[in-house]
Design a protein around this ligand. Structure first.
Ligand SMILES: O=C(CO)COP(=O)(O)O
Length: 247
C-alpha cells in the first residue's frame, strides 16, 4: 500500500460512556505517532466528547458516524458537521449501509452530507457496497460504480475524502469476499474516482465487512486497499490493535 493506511473503528450503537472512554484510553496508550497506520475511532454521538478527552494528545483520531447536510436549523435529532469539528472530530462516516437502509438515505443525500462535511474541513468516509442479491445477480461493479458516481462530490480538489467499500452481506456476518473480488471492486472504485478527482490515486479506499485479526493481513495486502473500516472487532482494543498492526 502506497498510502498510509487508515484503520477506522465504527462503534455503531454500542458501548456506554465508561466503556467507550476506557477503550479510547487503551488505544491512545498503545498507538505511536510514527505507526505505519493512522487510527481513528467513531463512537456514538453522545460519547464523542468523553472519547475526545480520552484520546487528547494521542495520534488516535476522532470520527462521527453521520452528519446532517445542513449547517444548523430545525432538524430534530440530527447533528451538524460544524458541531462535529467543534468537539474535535476530523472524520465523519456518511452513507453507511445501515443508514441507507434504516433512514432511506439516497446517493444524493449522502453526497450532500459529504459536501457539508468537506465544507467545514471534516473528512467524510463515504460508504458504498452491494447487497447479497445484487452480488448474486452479478451487479456488484455496476451498483458500486453508481454509488460512487452519485454519493461522492464532483471536482474533488485534493484527497480530503475517504471511500469505504463495505459489501452489505459481509457486515457482521463473518463472511468476506475473496481477495480477488475485493481487488476487482477497489480497482473499479479507483477508476470511478478518477472521473471525480485529479488526485484519485491519493484517495484512500478502505475495505469493511467482517474484518478481524485473522483476515486483516490478507485483506490489507490487496491492491487499492488503503485501510479498513472495522465494526465488531473495533470494540475490543486487542483485536482492533491487532488489525491495525497487520498493515
Ligand atoms: O459495518 C462495518 C463497519 O462500518 C463492518 O462491520 P463488521 O466489522 O462488524 O462486519
Amino acid at each position: 500500500m502506497a498510502l498510509r493506511p487508515l484503520i477506522a473503528g465504527n462503534w455503531k450503537m454500542n458501548l456506554d460512556r465508561e466503556t467507550a472512554a476506557g477503550l479510547a484510553r487503551e488505544l491512545a496508550g498503545a498507538v505511536a505517532a510514527a505507526a505505519a497506520f493512522e487510527m481513528a475511532v467513531c463512537p456514538p454521538a453522545p460519547y464523542l466528547i468523553p472519547v475526545a478527552d480520552a484520546i487528547a494528545g494521542s495520534p488516535v483520531g476522532l470520527g462521527a458516524q453521520d452528519c446532517h447536510a445542513a449547517a444548523n436549523g430545525a432538524h430534530t435529532g440530527d447533528v451538524a458537521a460544524p458541531m462535529l469539528t467543534d468537539v474535535g472530530c476530523t472524520y465523519v462516516i456518511v452513507g453507511h449501509s445501515e443508514r441507507r437502509a434504516d433512514h432511506g438515505e439516497t446517493d444524493a443525500v449522502v453526497r450532500a452530507k459529504a459536501e457539508a462535511a468537506r465544507s467545514v474541513g471534516l473528512v467524510p468516509i463515504v460508504c458504498v457496497g452491494e447487497t447479497e442479491a445484487q452480488r448474486d445477480a452479478g451487479e456488484t461493479l455496476d451498483v458500486v460504480g453508481r454509488q460512487v458516481a452519485g454519493s461522492i462530490p464532483d471536482g474533488l480538489d485534493g484527497t480530503t475524502l475517504v471511500v469505504a467499500y463495505e459489501p452489505v452481506w459481509a457486515i457482521g456476518t463473518g463472511r468476506t469476499p475473496t481477495v480477488d473480488d475485493v481487488a476487482a471492486v477497489h480497482a473499479h472504485i479507483r477508476a470511478a474516482l478518477a472521473r471525480k478527482s485529479a488526485d484519485a490515486a491519493g484517495i484512500r479506499i478502505l475495505y469493511g465487512g467482517s474484518v478481524k485479526p485473522s483476515n486483516a493481513s490478507e485483506l490489507l495486502a490487496v491492491a487499492n486497499v488503503d485501510g479498513a473500516l472495522v465494526g465488531g472487532a473495533s470494540l475490543k482494543a486487542a483485536d482492533f490493535l491487532a488489525i491495525a498492526r497487520a498493515v
